[in-house]
Each structure stands twice: as structure tokens, then as C-alpha cells.
Design a binder for this molecule. Structure first.
Ligand SMILES: Cc1cc2nc3c(=O)[nH]c(=O)nc-3n(C[C@H](O)[C@H](O)[C@H](O)COP(=O)(O)OP(=O)(O)OC[C@H]3O[C@@H](n4cnc5c(N)ncnc54)[C@H](O)[C@@H]3O)c2cc1C
Ligand SMILES: Cc1cc2nc3c(=O)[nH]c(=O)nc-3n(C[C@H](O)[C@H](O)[C@H](O)COP(=O)(O)O)c2cc1C
Length: 520
């Protein structure tokens, strides 16, 4: 009797049992196969780790995709930790990474940020277009991802998550779960450092923390747009008390302090004496310590009233204030950092934390906590190629530092396109710009004052009007630098550049580092 005939001969009940048994066995086999694959993958990852710790493994690729320099800074620290431990490390921007690199590298650690509204940094454009669009076989790759982001944005760590999912989908094996750092959260960075330390076989490396703030003095503060229709914008000059170095394109991270009036109001509300002594890094009294900490809202106290049980308990319960970033508008030769800061107002009418501190709450001559952050993605080209600098509002800051550097280097093929509201009130650094124009440092200047005529005119309109020269400058090798508003400016400028130059040219400019943006 054939197996089929034998099957037909048994009772329906027995047939059902037999079929169920077969399905269960197949399912068990499937589970076993999945588990085995996981075990093998885990073993492979452990072997990678051991080989690296012993300095015997294949080189490690450390990759960064950074918009404003932080991911690159952390990738450098990652590479240094591994290199100091004897590993062979290659550090690359994602812009330089190919599918072949990933398929042949063995191990890669990615440090990537998210910008815009959940977008990848500009440095990732080519990789997304040329590599992520494909499906390379990455079975030989073990990897880790440190995703930088800020949870106040709707799409938190979007690019890090997308990259992680893409690597896994193409067969790469995670060495550990993706680490997500919210606003540079030190605990998350320690977590990543711990993973890298294990890979490197180093467990006693000192914690990475952001460099301590340096001491600066508020040497000048001057409103640049008195009587203007928009929010006040200030020229701020900070002189380093301990020495500092930077170059055009870099960023100043300022450690803000709270409005003293808000601190005093809180103390009254809590019935606490501001002069009470406390133990805190930032000051000896409760009022001083509170000026450096996130002040609690009433809702926080309603939820946890014991926070207010005493000066020290209050200080211990409150986290430190975050830093704020400002594009540096001067060169070290000026003896200080100059900034262009807009006094931002919150919905409740109060000044913003960082801009309020710099433009109003810090007294003239006060000591300011700040540190320079290198932002290589906005550094100038090394050669004498023409530069097209496009910006609006406080975006002039970053462009001004570049123009100063170009003037000092005798590089005069510069074109500035600047936009604000009115020429009468908002033409920041007018004399300096006109002197550059008269002296030939600026070969071309286009200004867009949106409210000086019936029709609104913005920098993107000036660019469209100048389509011919724009094409000529780019054909002559020009690089394009954009600084200022993310909303309303950088997207529209990008659209006009694409319309005038064509999508392919824009892709090429981005790939060659000739299209750079510092927008916020
Ligand atoms: C790379 C980079 C470069 C920059 N360069 C410059 C520059 O050159 N010049 C410049 O002026 N700025 C610059 N900025 C922006 C700057 O870092 C700050 O974001 C800006 O000064 C506002 O911060 P703030 O602390 O004053 O305001 P925040 O206190 O952060 O408030 C800012 C806004 O957020 C909202 N908001 C935040 N918290 C609250 C709250 N509790 N209640 C209600 N609303 C709230 C409000 O709309 C408010 O207007 C740059 C940013 C980046 C990322
Ligand atoms: C203009 C701008 C847009 C941002 N958009 C997002 C976002 O959509 N999602 C997110 O998680 N983080 C966002 N961030 C936060 C950054 O990812 C975070 O600050 C990160 O540390 C920046 O790293 P980088 O200097 O290497 O670019 C944004 C930051 C800026 C300045």
C-alpha cells in the first residue's frame, strides 16, 4: 500500500492528529533553525569582539554623518578609544562609504545625527542615494549605531533608526542594540562608550563628557536692529579668559543661566532663602545653583512636592540646563568670539533660555560659560575656489566669519546673498559689508529686504533673478554655503538652486562638499 493510500485508510480523527503533529514538527524545526541562526550570529559577534580586543581582528570602520559637528566629534572619540587599544581603525564620513566598504570591512561603528524634520545629515545624501537604495549583501558585517537626536522633534533619531533597520535588513549583525542619545544625554554616551570599551577591551577609560565650559567675558552687547519690525537681534562679543581657538564655520556652545527674576520668584514660591549654602558645582548658594538648573514648573511640584523639602534636596533634584549653539561670526584674530543673536520669545512672552541669557539677563562684563565646537562640515574650502554665501537673519553670523577669513587670505571671489526685513533697520553689519563690496572682497552682493516693497522678496528670489551668474560661478568651481533659517529659507533656497542648476549638479555639489548648510 502506498503512503497516500495508507493515509486514506486511517480514521479522520487519526488523520487530523497526524496532520497536527506534522505541522507542529515543522514549526519546531523552523524555530530551531531561527534559534540556531541567532546563536551563530551571537557567537560571530562575540568572536569579533574578542578578536578586536586582542588587536587581531580586521580593521574597524568608524563612520560619522554629522550636520553640525557633534556626531563627528563622537566618532573621533570612538576611533581614538579603539585606536589607543591597538585596533586598526579607519574613520570616514558616510559620504565616503561604499557598499563594498561595508561588505568587506567586518566591523563598522556608525555615529549619525538627524537634522531638519527627521532628515539625514547632508553628508549622508550620496550614501542614501547610491548605497541604501540597493540591497548589498552585508552578512559579513557586524555593526553598532549611535543615533544622535532630540526628542523635542517629532521624528526622534529618525536617520539612526533608518540606517540601523537597513543594515539589519541587508544581513548585517548588530553587535549591540542601537544607542540613542537625546540631546547629547551623558548616560547614553556612557552606554555607547561602554560598548566601544568592551569592543576595545578597555573598561577603565574615563567617561566621555562634553568638554567643560571655558570662561569668557561679555565684552560687548549691542542691538543691531533698533526700531526694526522683527525681534531684537544683538551683536554679542565674548572674550576668552582662558584662551580659545576656532575657525570660520565653528560653533559656540553657550552654557546659559536662568533669568534671576525667575529664580527669585521660585524661591519666594517655595519659601526658601536664596543665600542658603548648598553643595553644587556651580556655586555655593541656593540662588547661584538654581541659576544653572532647569527650574521646575508647578506641575512638577504637584507631582513630587518633596522636591521642595529643602535647599540641597531641591538642587539635587533639578537637572543642569542644556547648552545653546551659536554660529561664530569672527576669527580669533579679533581677540574674541562675536555672535549675532536673536532674542527669542516663548509662547508665554518670556525670553528664551540661551538668547535671553546673552541678550538680556547676563550683566555687561559678566562671566559667560561657553566652549567652541568644531564644525568641519561648515569649514571653508581649502583652495581659492569662488564662494557663494547665502543667508538670512542671524545666519549672517556664519557667513561673516567666512568673509573675514577670505578677506584675510586675499581670496576675493565671494558673492553674498543676504536677506532680512528692512534695509533701514535690519541690514546687519552694513558698513562692513559695503566696505567689502567697495574693496572687492565681495565681487557680488545681492540683498533681499522682504518688507521694503509691496511684494515679499527673499534670498531665493534674488537667486532666481541671478540664475545666469549663478550657473557661471558654479561652472567656475564655486562652493555654496547656506546659513540661517531651516524653515522658510533653506528649503526654498534648495528648490531654487535645483531649478537653476539642475538636480544632478546639486547632487554633484553635495557629493564634492561644495554645497554646505548650517541651518537651524
Ligand atoms: C548650529 C546652530 C547654529 C545656531 N546659530 C545661531 C545664531 O547664530 N544666532 C541665533 O540667534 N541663533 C542661533 N541658533 C539657534 C540657537 O541655538 C537657539 O536655538 C535660539 O537662540 C533659541 O534658543 P533659546 O534658548 O533662546 O530659546 P528656547 O528657550 O529654547 O526657546 C526657543 C523657542 O522654542 C519654543 N520653546 C522652547 N521652550 C519652550 C517653553 N518652555 N515654553 C514655550 N515655548 C518654548 C518657543 O517657540 C521659543 O521661541 C543656532 C542653532 C544651531 C543648531
Ligand atoms: C535644525 C535641526 C534639526 C533637527 N532635527 C531633528 C529631528 O528631526 N529629529 C531628531 O531626533 N533630532 C533632530 N535634531 C537634533 C540633532 O540630531 C542633535 O542636536 C544632534 O546632536 C546633532 O548632531 P550633529 O552636530 O552631528 O549634526 C535637530 C537639530 C537641529 C539643529
Amino acid at each position: 500500500m502506498s503512503p497516500a493510500a495508507a493515509f486514506d485508510a486511517v480514521s479522520p480523527e487519526a488523520r487530523r492528529l497526524w496532520t497536527a503533529g506534522l505541522v507542529a514538527s515543522l514549526y519546531a524545526l523552523f524555530c530551531l533553525a531561527v534559534a540556531l541562526r541567532q546563536v551563530l550570529r551571537g557567537r560571530a559577534a562575540r568572536r569579533e569582539t574578542q578578536a578586536l580586543a586582542a588587536g587581531t581582528g580586521a580593521p574597524v570602520l568608524v563612520v560619522h554623518a554629522s550636520q553640525t559637528g557633534f556626531a563627528e566629534e563622537l566618532a573621533l572619540a570612538t576611533a581614538k578609544l579603539l585606536g589607543d587599544a591597538g585596533a586598526r581603525v579607519t574613520l570616514k564620513s558616510l559620504a565616503e562609504v561604499s557598499a563594498l566598504d561595508l561588505a568587506t570591512t567586518g566591523r563598522a561603528l556608525f555615529v549619525v545625527s538627524t537634522t531638519g524634520e527627521g532628515d539625514a545629515p547632508d553628508a549622508a545624501r550620496r550614501f542614501i542615494r547610491d548605497v541604501m537604495a540597493g540591497a548589498p549583501k552585508l552578512q559579513g558585517l557586524s555593526y553598532g549605531v549611535l543615533a544622535l537626536g532630540d526628542s523635542s522633534y517629532a521624528r526622534f533619531c529618525a536617520f539612526g533608526r533608518t540606517l540601523d533597520a537597513w543594515l539589519a535588513r541587508n544581513g548585517a549583525t548588530p553587535l549591540f542594540d542601537r544607542v540613542e542619545a537625546d540631546d547629547g544625554d551623558p548616560a547614553a554616551l556612557r552606554h555607547w562608550q561602554g560598548h566601544v570599551g568592551v569592543l576595545a577591551g578597555v573598561t577603565d577609560a574615563p567617561d566621555w563628557t562634553r568638554p567643560r565650559y571655558g570662561r569668557w567675558r561679555l565684552a560687548d552687547r549691542r542691538r543691531l536692529n533698533p526700531g526694526g519690525p522683527g525681534d531684537a537681534a544683538f551683536h554679542i562679543r565674548l572674550e576668552p579668559l582662558e584662551g580659545a581657538d576656532w575657525q570660520a564655520g565653528d560653533i559656540l556652545e553657550v552654557g546659559p543661566r536662568n533669568d534671576p527674576v525667575e529664580v527669585a520668584e521660585l524661591l519666594v514660591r517655595l519659601g526658601l532663602d536664596g543665600s542658603a549654602l548648598v553643595i553644587a558645582e556651580e556655586g555655593a548658594t541656593l540662588a547661584e545653583a538654581l541659576s544653572w538648573r532647569r527650574l521646575p514648573h508647578d506641575a512638577v511640584f504637584a507631582a513630587a512636592p518633596n522636591q521642595a523639602s529643602g535647599p540641597q534636596a531641591l538642587v539635587d533634584a533639578l537637572p543642569a540646563l542644556p547648552h545653546r549653539e551659536y554660529s561664530i561670526a569672527s576669527l580669533p584674530a579679533a581677540g574674541g568670539v562675536e555672535l549675532l543673536v536673536r532674542a527669542m520669545r516663548r509662547a508665554d512672552g518670556k525670553l528664551g533660555l540661551g538668547s535671553g541669557w546673552l541678550t538680556a539677563h547676563a550683566a555687561d562684563g559678566a562671566e559667560i560659560a561657553a566652549r567652541v565646537r568644531t564644525n568641519r562640515s561648515f569649514h571653508a574650502p581649502e583652495d581659492d575656489r569662488p564662494l557663494i554665501l547665502i543667508g538670512n537673519g542671524t545666519g549672517l553670523a556664519g557667513l561673516r566669519a567666512h568673509l573675514k577669513a577670505r578677506a584675510a587670505a586675499g581670496r576675493h571671489r565671494n558673492w553674498l546673498v543676504f536677506g532680512e526685513r528692512t534695509a533701514a533697520h535690519d541690514y546687519f553689519h552694513r558698513e562692513e559689508i559695503e566696505a567689502w563690496r567697495a574693496g572687492g572682497v565681495l565681487q557680488r552682493l545681492d540683498l533681499a529686504f522682504s518688507r521694503d516693497q509691496d511684494r515679499k522678496v527673499y534670498v531665493q528670489h534674488r537667486l532666481m533673478e541671478a540664475a545666469e551668474p549663478l550657473r557661471a560661478w558654479v561652472a567656475d568651481g564655486a562652493a555654496i554655503y547656506v546659513c540661517g533659517s531651516l524653515e522658510g529659507m533653506s528649503g526654498d533656497v534648495h528648490a531654487v538652486l535645483t531649478a537653476v542648476l539642475g538636480g544632478e549638479v546639486m547632487e554633484r555639489l553635495a557629493d564634492e562638499g561644495r554645497y554646505r548648510r548650517d541651518v537651524y
